[in-house]
Design a protein around this ligand. Sequence first.
Ligand SMILES: Cc1cc2nc3c(=O)[nH]c(=O)nc-3n(C[C@H](O)[C@H](O)[C@H](O)COP(=O)(O)OP(=O)(O)OC[C@H]3O[C@@H](n4cnc5c(N)ncnc54)[C@H](O)[C@@H]3O)c2cc1C
Length: 387
Amino acid sequence: MVDVPDEGLRPVTVEDARRPKVDTSRALKVCPGIGLEHPDFTRQASIEKDLVSAWGPILSMWEGGASDEQLRFAGSSGGAASALAVYALERLEFRLVLHVGADPDAPYTNRTVVSKTRDEVLMRTGSRYAPASPCELLNVIEDAEGPCLFIGKPCDVAAAQKARRHRPNLDRNLALTVAFFCAGTPSTNGTLELLKSLGVSDVDDLGEVRYRGNGWPGDFVAKDRQGETAYSCSYDRSWGEVLSKHVQWRCKLCLDHTGEFADIAVGDPWYRPIQKGEMGSSLIVARTDFGKRCVETAIKDGALTALRVDPDLLPRSQPNLLRTRGEVWGRLLGTRLSGALAPTYRGLPSFGLWLSEVPVSRKLRSVLGAMRRCFRQRIAFKRANLR
Ligand SMILES: Cc1cc2nc3c(=O)[nH]c(=O)nc-3n(C[C@H](O)[C@H](O)[C@H](O)COP(=O)(O)OP(=O)(O)OC[C@H]3O[C@@H](n4cnc5c(N)ncnc54)[C@H](O)[C@@H]3O)c2cc1C
């Protein structure tokens, strides 16, 4: 995977004398950007019928966080993902957690990491609003000698779930998946712009970059290698004013912003204003029977402190995601009209949301904007490379 600073991590194939032509068909088969498909959930009585079409399968929902105070403070929201990771390692005899942390050599970028202890999980708490590709180490799960946990964005988890259908050992060892809600990944240029605006002149001298966490939602904080100078700003400024403007085009064609393919999804309960100094809190969504059992036992065994809540809190917490999903329908149409390839979605309806949630002015913009982008960036002409 290679970082294209104004886009994101992109795969390159390495061709040599031994393999003059690399076969990419297996990779394309599992790429969530090619397509995603849900089964028909209508016969599953345990799934929330009213929410399934816009939010995916929901069996139960809780609000809360890690009982371990350090994890809860350091975590992005309530540290629920990290608490589940530690619980899986310490109580469920999982072998490892595959996820993402700051790259120690260039902490404004990410590295795919394997954690086996609570302290390693603690070190990797916090959402990192920069390109990451945890699927690149799925082979570690495949080769493990027991059950493993995978944490990632909705697209990372969807890719891992697709890959397991072709890889029996991965299927055997990938015991639990946790996804966090994601409105899109900003490119590396987003972080670089933010750092520059905060006065960082030499990114090579950075020893630490945290996007949030250490409080809820927590500030963006960068420190130099000596730990003497810190540059920081609020989450509203980092995400709201800079990073969100660098979300890559791929994410704008994504219909899954809430981890619909994971066993458990976690996100921010933005349905209420946060009080200053309030302890972090996560929405915890069980999407499969196994995910539900894991959350229930984690609560019973004291790893998570969480209360059951009405699943209606999900749309109330992320109302913007309904409009986002509707706009994707328009962008997919525009992309196809311009002759470019677009992801194929089955069982993730979005046309109804385009009709009901997207204001008239943005309806047209979603279609025409996508067409303009495809032509300007010659996306339409890149389709041959995908085949
Ligand atoms: C790009 C991005 C977009 C987001 N958009 C939304 C949104 O629209 N709505 C919302 O409610 N929340 C969003 N979040 C935040 C996230 O969903 C919440 O903070 C969530 O509640 C996780 O909190 P937690 O305290 O349980 O996680 P923690 O316990 O802090 O654990 C976070 C886990 O995520 C992993 N991780 C961090 N960054 C990445 C990454 N870039 N790729 C893969 N894995 C990573 C870490 O390795 C860690 O295991 C976004 C986060 C990111 C990185």
